[in-house]
Ligand binder design. Structure first.
Ligand code: GAP
Length: 474
């Protein structure tokens, strides 16, 4: 029953996302392609707002953090040094009966148990069954390479093999020395990057949550050895605050601390920030203290120094790193899930009830679907309506107001249908404010400002509109 309810939430959200232009299936006209998604006009604004919020708070707000934008395809040695070639794989199992393929750890997790791992090999625990057909005739877990391969140049031969990057982080490590010598930074300092990453996931699932093409926002924060624990704690606190700043409530966020026996041999700590999705608590971001593993490996494989020279202490060393690594698409999905509401509004006025998703509103109530986005991430900030579309004086005034607001924020203009319906259309895409121009506006130069969440309205002078909205959208 609970699972059904969760699926209903995700189904209702996916339907709204398609209907209103947030997310489309990639190549839909050809039947789609599993694990790939396109963002429509509203989705692209939402994602841009998330990336801009991250860039502003992580890069712009910290004078010791600089940005970088690396190529997606890099020298294949990068991936040998990082350990991805030969090491970046997931154990998968196939059902011999119905041929369905699973990521072995997900299959075990779904059945309330854990994949058995010993000396780098994997084994299924007793009693694991195929979730699709119920058969227990499953293959042993086998490694499945997650990196997408391609060829650089006209000849498809082994020496021309290259990879689509499975993470943005390695570009940062590979450019460490260039950034260090050009950005005039001292430890501690960070290099940040936002960009696409590609993983040939065995089992893309949960809508956009696990995709084969996705975007990452990664920070490599370089520190003095010995300060790892302190900076790891610092970034966990900072990142949790940031998630709240984009509207995810503290109680929906969780910390998943990796136990020591599950850490990579070079890592001293790793904590995931997870969100309470309709399909369970799942990772948004990993924050890892990775020691000097990555820089050391690149020094070893490239033969180039990755040293930092501390002038004051007159010592040379390879810095350690703390890495907060987040997925844009997962954050966008969390923001969408968190915002989605079906509310029941009493027709004669009174208290609004939080409706049950997918259920009809009771007698005497009407239903409104509303995306309660934090203003910071809302794709459209303000919508402008003339009361009537066939009165040129109202339309002209509304266009004038719209033009002035559009210079400040992404805005919408709508003159079709009754005002109530226009409010509902904007509620459904999460527009925090609507502005209506009526006949009085022509006399008193005031408009009606309507608030999405409370549905309250106030009269406000056109000359004060931009300043008021600036205050409320900040
Ligand atoms: N450089 C470290 C790194 O890439 P990761 O935990 O593999 O670590 C970091 O990935 C983040 O990237 C995850 O927390 C998640 O938000 C996002 N991510 C990873 N795989 C993903 C996938 N298949 N689909 C969507 N997002 C993904």
């Amino acid at each position: 029953m609970a699972k059904q309810k969760k699926n209903r939430t995700l189904d209702a959200l996916a339907s709204l996302c398609k209907r209103r232009g947030f997310i489309f299936q990639s190549s839909e006209i050809y039947g789609g392609i599993n694990g790939f998604w396109d963002y429509g006009p509203l989705g692209v604004e939402l994602k841009r707002n998330i990336k801009e919020a991250w860039w502003k708070d992580v890069v712009q707000a910290n004078e010791n953090i600089v940005g970088l934008d690396c190529s997606i395809i890099m020298h294949p040695r990068v991936w040998e040094a990082s350990g991805h070639v030969g090491g970046f794989s997931d154990p998968m199992v196939d059902c011999r009966a119905c041929k369905k393929r699973y990521k072995a750890d997900n299959l075990c997790e779904d059945q309330g148990t854990e994949l058995i791992e010993a000396d780098g090999t994997f084994e299924l625990p007793e009693g694991i069954k195929c979730t699709a057909c119920g058969s227990n005739d499953l293959t042993e877990p086998r490694s499945f390479d997650l990196m997408f391969k391609t060829f650089v140049g006209p000849v498809e031969e082994d020496s021309a093999t290259a990879y689509l990057r499975p993470e943005t982080a390695q570009g940062i490590f590979a450019q460490f020395s260039n950034v260090l010598s050009t950005a005039r930074q001292k430890l501690p300092f960070g290099i940040a990057q936002i960009g696409k990453a590609f993983r040939n996931e065995i089992n893309p699932r949960n809508y956009t949550f696990r995709s084969r093409e996705f975007e990452q926002m990664e920070l490599e924060f370089f520190i003095e050895p010995g300060t790892d624990a302190e900076w790891h704690a610092h970034w966990i606190t900072e990142r949790l605050k940031w998630y709240e700043s984009i509207g995810l409530p503290a109680e929906s966020l969780h910390q998943d601390i990796h136990p020591e026996h599950k850490l990579a041999h070079y890592a001293s700590a790793c904590t995931d920030i997870a969100y309470d999705f309709p399909f369970g608590v799942q990772e948004l971001e990993g924050i890892a203290a990775r020691g000097n593993f990555d820089l050391s490996r690149h020094a070893e494989f490239s033969g180039k120094s990755m040293d930092y020279f501390d002038q004051e202490a007159n010592k040379r060393f390879i810095p350690h790193v703390v890495e907060p690594s987040a997925g844009v698409d997962r954050i966008a999905l969390a923001v969408l899930c968190n915002a989605y509401r079906e509310e029941w509004i009493p027709k004669g006025g009174g208290e609004v009830i939080q409706g049950e998703i997918g259920k009809r509103a009771p007698e005497g109530y009407e239903m409104r679907t509303v995306m309660r986005f934090a203003p910071r991430v809302a794709p459209i900030k303000v919508a402008v309506f003339p009361l009537l579309k066939n009165k040129p004086e109202l339309v002209n005034k509304a266009r004038e107001v719209f033009d002035s607001l559009q210079r400040c924020w992404p805005c919408a203009y709508d003159q079709v249908g009754a005002i109530g319906r226009r409010y509902r259309r904007q509620d459904e895409v999460g527009t925090p404010f609507c502005v209506t121009i009526d006949f009085d506006s022509l006399e008193d130069e005031c408009v009606t400002l309507r608030h999405r969440d409370s549905m309250t309205q106030e009269r406000i002078a056109i000359s004060d509109l931009i300043a008021t909205l600036h205050g409320q959208l900040a």
